[in-house]
Design a binder for this molecule. Structure first.
Ligand code: SAM
Length: 362
């Protein structure tokens, strides 16, 4: 309190602006420092009496090293632009596990991209909110009869909730009568962290795509390991999976337990057999992303004695001589969704990227 009184008496005598600035700094200091002063003195006293153990675990040492490395990169103008403003706490264990400087740099860039994306989204949201408020203001200041959706309009507004109900009704129908498609999510060990992330986002896209389809499939996520990181990320990406009735089946059981073996067909690019579409069959899609493809699903299907098939791309689409038909998960589901309604491979393969041209012969 003594310092406060001093500064007040000082204020009465101060006239010029530079002195006023100094006074401002003093009062800021008092505002921040004085309330916590007793804590700071007591902790200093404690420090004098006690010795604190230094955390010299390898993780902590590596973290210190990484922090220094980030400081170095920060000081360089050419590298600082690729650095995130802060490393989220949950990303530290992974960052520490990265062995090389180059890998860490790539990860910084990834975090920076995430940060930029979040910023962009925030700005977009703010612009949308502004536009919305302006629209409301404009409409309220209008004394005439209001013609727009939500007021007087020829068509009724279809609300998001109604659309959601419609899609859920469609999905419920698929659960009762639709064809079964299995995602075998048993490949956590086959993927690195980046492939994990891609796989989760692909499965999320598959869920969304199936929900919006005219005739959706009944999706099954089989061989789920509820405790692993992959499943946690999947639930984070598809929060619907947590609900009481998610309208898809999520189970730790194998598809062998759920369906008769003779109905199962493992879809794999390494199979020699071209798929003949049958709505009674249960198709299994490997829930994995691999940058360096290995015949993982083919081996698994052979081990389990399940039929295998590949999409007949080479038969119906013009492809390169060295074409390796390794499609990503969501492309496979897209083709199957199309095929289930049109029953024509040529039309179904039009869902694939541009470079696969249609063959002229049938
Ligand atoms: C990215 S691929 C993974 C390929 C992986 N090397 C494997 O062993 O299956 C993901 C899944 O999509 C399906 N898939 C990809 N291309 C396919 C094709 N041409 N024919 C049938 N299924 C395919 C398979 O079920 C595969 O497991």
């Amino acid at each position: 309190m003594c310092e406060t009184r001093n500064s007040f008496s000082l204020a009465n005598n101060i006239k010029n602006t530079s002195d006023k600035m100094i006074l401002k700094k003093i009062s800021t200091f008092q505002r921040i420092y004085i309330p916590f002063r007793h804590l700071m003195t007591s902790s200093t006293e404690n420090c004098q009496n006690k010795t604190f153990p230094i955390d010299s675990s390898p993780e902590n040492l590596k973290r210190t090293k990484i922090e220094k490395e980030i400081e170095e990169l920060m000081s360089d103008k050419s590298t600082s632009i690729f650095l995130p403003s802060k490393i989220p706490q949950k990303e530290w264990p992974y960052l520490i596990s990265l062995p090389s400087r180059n890998q860490r740099r790539r990860f910084y860039r990834y975090l920076k991209n995430n940060e930029d994306y979040a910023d962009r989204e925030k700005r977009k949201k703010a612009t949308r909110q502004d536009a919305y408020l302006k629209r409301i203001e404009r409409n309220e200041s209008n004394d005439h009869i209001k013609y727009y959706l939500g007021a007087n309009a020829l068509f009724t507004k279809i609300r998001r909730k109604s659309m959601s109900k419609f899609y859920n009704h469609n999905l419920a129908n698929a659960v009762l009568f639709g064809q079964k498609i299995v995602f075998d999510v048993d490949f956590e060990d086959e993927m690195d962290r980046r492939e994990h992330r891609t796989c989760v986002s692909e499965l999320q896209a598959c869920y969304q795509m199936n929900k919006l389809a005219r005739e959706p499939f009944h999706l099954h996520f089989c061989n789920v390991n509820y405790g692993n990181e992959f499943f946690k990320n999947l639930v984070h990406a598809i929060p619907h999976l947590k609900t009481v009735n998610p309208l898809v089946t999520v189970t730790s059981d194998s598809y062998l337990k759920l369906f008769p073996k003779e109905r199962l067909v493992y879809l794999t690019p390494n199979s020699k057999v071209d798929l003949v579409y049958d709505a009674d069959d249960v198709y299994i899609i490997g829930g994995l992303v691999d940058a360096r493809p290995k015949p993982v699903t083919m081996e698994k299907a052979l081990r389990e004695g399940i039929r295998t098939a590949k999409l007949p791309i080479a038969k119906y689409a013009e492809v390169d001589k060295n074409f390796y038909p390794n499609l990503i998960i969501k492309q496979v589901l897209k083709v199957l969704i199309k095929m289930s309604t049109c029953r024509d491979w040529k039309t179904a393969f039009r869902e694939l990227p541009e470079w696969r041209k249609e063959k002229n012969n049938s």
